[in-house]
Structure formats: structure tokens, C-alpha cells
Design a protein around this ligand. Structure first.
Ligand code: ZN
Length: 413
């Protein structure tokens, strides 16, 4: 196979080091065969050359919180959509996400093993995926679609082959449910440790699952090659319970207090902020038929969310970029970098959070997340310099070339 050389671009390798001029990336098959100074590399003349002049070469972005099988729609629309249609819609979501520059995602519930296999086998195009299958949730908790009418209206279908329902209560039930998710192919366990914005019968500050239950979930994960646990956790008490139980990443983290920050630093817990989630919910509420309660809760939490992010960032909590895409439009993922910078993060740190640190959050740091010799060739070429205009990344025209596993998936130069 001929090698591909990316040259003439500014290189931001994702490690956090300053951008480099005069560096190249050589791709051989699915991997990076060389990266370094152009004049230290001898071409053999057969290479395919990608001229990145005027652009910046960055690692493929990683979104550590997405829902590839859904894009929020009204209850009426959901009820009128045939079950299998969601798979065809997901094909579009996956492609849009990849073309937005996101080459890896962690799916925070709703995607089964067949979808991952379809991407891996090249049947459809999409980012590399780490699946949680379905989230564990308490009765009346964030993932319980029960409404006061007595009808249950879930965001997504569940309880079909490959997608066990997630409701469980008490130590023995959560143990069994964790095992069911692992059996269905979960590579990370997702748990709803508090209430949330979209759930009808609870509130972000409600604590769900006891410390004892959370510890059992973490323990079950450890039995299986150290499978990690990600917790939807918005209220302070639920966040602290999750961290104390040994959970790997806090999703959303809206009401983080000082004690939670100390605990997260002590335990090396990641924060996945999803700053875009409430912003996008409010922007699209009318169009998507978002219920009044969700709009009200989004408005209520938005300032706390930003303040918590700022506090965690300043204190040195590990931050992995994640958005909750699927609750709103897929392909808008990289808006998150702009929001993180608006909340005080430096543009270079925002890129590291979206590449290197995100890869660490997934446990995939040996394979992806930075441009280094030997790693998988997940590379994006963007127009201009994102450090000078971080907001430009959200524009799909800025994302000129997307390479995943050494294969060019998008090239609009
Ligand atoms: Zn989510």
C-alpha cells in the first residue's frame, strides 16, 4: 500500500505541546508511520501527498458522550416512527458526526452491538465507538419513561434483542443488570446517579442509586477486565456518591461543589461537561417539541453548569470533551470547544480535552487521541488555525479532511 504524506500544515499533535511548523505526518495503512520534521524524512517518491497548506493538522476529535441512535423529537413523532427506521436514521447521524471531524465516540446509551459492527466492517461509515448499550436507572429515575398519565414514553425503544431495559433497584438487581449489559457487549457501564433535565418525574439534584448500589456496579465492571463506569450525575450528592464508589467519569456535573472537586482530583475522576446540552435544548426546544419541564430545568441549571465547569477546570480536574449529541443535532459536537473556551478554558486545552484526555477517558490512549508514531491514523485537517478561532471548528466547511484508520472519509479541499 502506498504511504500518504500530509505536509505544509501547522501541526497540533494533541499532547498539549505548542503547534509546530514544518512537520509532516506519514500514514502507512491504518497507522502513523512517522511524524516529525519534514527534512528528517526521506520520501521514496511513491507517496500520495496531501497538501495542508493554510490549514492545521489535528488528531481526530473524540466525543465521550453521544447517543447515536436518537435525535430528540416530539412524543408524537416518536410514536409515529416504525422501530427499524431508527437504524437508517442512525446511518446519517454516524456519517454526519464523522464528517464533523469526530473520529471516535463513547455512546452513553441506546446503541447496540450490531451498529458498531456495521461501522467496523465498513458497511456504513461512522466514528469508532465505545458502547454502554443501555443505562442502569432506578424506578422513577432519569431513565424511567413513566409519566403521570400511567403511560410510559421512553426517549428510545429498549428491551429488544441486544438492548436490555435498564431499570433496576437494590444491590442484587443492579448486579444482574450490570451483567446483562456486559453480556450485550457493553464496553463501559452507564449509570444514572441523579435525576436530569429531560426526565419527566425527577430533578437534576435528586440522588438515584445508593452508594452501596453504585459500588456493586463498579465492582461488577472490575471483574470484567476493568470495565469502567460512567455516571450521569448532576446534583452534588449524586456526584460525590459516584466518585466515592469509584466511578470513572462524571457526566454533566452541573452542581459540583468544592468537596466533589477534591474527591475527583483525589480519585482521578474525569469530568465530561456536556456544556452544549442545555444550550442546544433551549435553542431547539420549540422545533423539537421539548416539554416545558425540560426547558424550565435547562434554564435553571445553565449558569450552575458553567460555574461548576470553571471551578473544576481551575482546580485541575481532568476534563474530557463530551456533548450529549443526540439530545440535539448530531454533527454539532465541536461547538463544545467554543463553549468550554467561553467558560475560561484555553483553546489549546480545549483541543487536548477533545483528543488526548478524551482518549484517556475511554482507555484508548495507546491507540488514538494524539498524532504520534505508531498510533492509529485518525487525523483531521482544518482550515486556518483553530487556536486563533476555536469557534470555526463548528463549521463543517472548516473541517476539510477527515481520516479514520488511515482511510480518507472526507476531503472537501
Ligand atoms: Zn446523555
Amino acid at each position: 500500500m502506498t504511504k500518504t504524506i500530509i505536509e505544509n500544515g501547522l501541526l497540533i499533535d494533541g499532547t498539549g505541546s505548542e503547534p509546530k511548523e514544518g512537520h509532516i505526518v506519514v500514514i502507512d495503512g491504518s497507522r502513523i508511520a512517522y511524524t516529525g520534521a519534514a527534512d528528517a524524512y526521506t520520501k521514496d517518491g511513491t507517496e500520495t501527498v496531501i497538501d495542508a497548506k493554510g490549514g492545521t493538522v489535528v488528531p481526530g476529535f473524540i466525543d465521550t458522550h453521544v447517543h447515536m441512535m436518537m435525535e430528540y423529537s416530539s412524543v408524537a413523532d416518536r410514536l409515529a416512527t416504525p422501530f427499524s427506521f431508527m437504524y437508517y436514521q442512525a446511518m446519517e447521524y454516524l456519517k454526519t458526526t464523522l464528517h464533523a471531524g469526530v473520529t471516535s465516540v463513547r455512546d452513553a446509551l441506546g446503541t447496540d452491538l450490531g451498529v458498531k459492527k456495521a461501522v467496523e466492517d465498513g458497511l456504513i461509515s461512522g466514528p469508532r465507538m465505545q458502547l454502554s448499550i443501555n443505562a442502569l436507572t432506578t424506578t422513577g429515575g432519569h431513565g424511567d419513561g413513566y409519566t403521570v398519565s400511567g403511560q410510559t414514553v421512553d426517549l428510545l425503544p429498549s428491551d429488544y434483542p441486544g438492548m436490555p431495559g435498564g431499570m433496576c433497584d437494590g444491590v442484587e438487581e443492579v448486579r444482574k443488570k450490570t451483567r446483562e449489559m456486559l453480556r450485550a457487549g457493553a464496553e463501559v457501564i452507564k449509570v444514572h446517579a441523579t435525576g436530569g433535565v429531560l426526565s419527566a418525574t425527577d430533578h437534576p439534584e435528586f440522588t438515584q442509586f445508593s452508594l452501596e448500589e453504585l459500588k456493586v456496579i463498579v465492582e461488577e465492571g472490575k471483574f470484567r477486565k476493568n470495565t469502567r463506569v460512567m455516571a450521569h450525575a448532576q446534583g452534588a450528592e449524586g456526584i460525590k456518591n459516584a466518585v466515592r464508589a469509584g466511578i470513572h467519569s462524571i457526566e454533566h456535573g452541573i452542581f459540583i461543589d468544592d468537596e466533589a472537586i477534591d474527591l475527583m482530583i483525589e480519585n482521578g475522576t474525569f469530568l465530561v461537561p456536556t456544556l452544549l446540552a442545555p444550550v442546544a435544548v433551549l435553542e431547539t426546544a420549540e422545533e423539537t417539541g421539548m416539554p416545558e419541564s425540560a426547558v424550565r430545568k435547562s434554564e435553571e441549571v445553565i449558569d450552575h453548569h458553567i460555574a461548576s465547569f470553571k471551578k473544576a477546570y481551575d482546580a485541575g480536574v481532568k476534563i474530557a470533551m463530551g456533548t450529549d449529541a443526540g439530545v440535539f443535532k448530531h454533527g454539532t459536537n465541536l461547538r463544545e470547544l467554543e463553549l468550554m473556551c467561553n467558560a475560561g478554558m484555553t483553546p489549546l486545552d480545549a483541543i487536548v480535552a477533545s483528543t488526548k484526555t478524551a482518549a484517556e477517558c475511554l482507555g484508548w490512549e495507546d491507540e488514538v487521541g494524539t498524532i504520534e508514531t505508531g498510533k492509529l491514523a485518525d487525523i483531521v485537517i482544518v482550515k486556518g488555525n483553530p487556536l486563533e478561532d476555536i469557534a470555526s471548528l463548528k463549521d463543517h466547511e472548516t473541517i476539510q479532511v477527515v481520516i479514520k484508520d488511515g482511510k480518507i472519509e472526507k476531503d472537501i479541499r
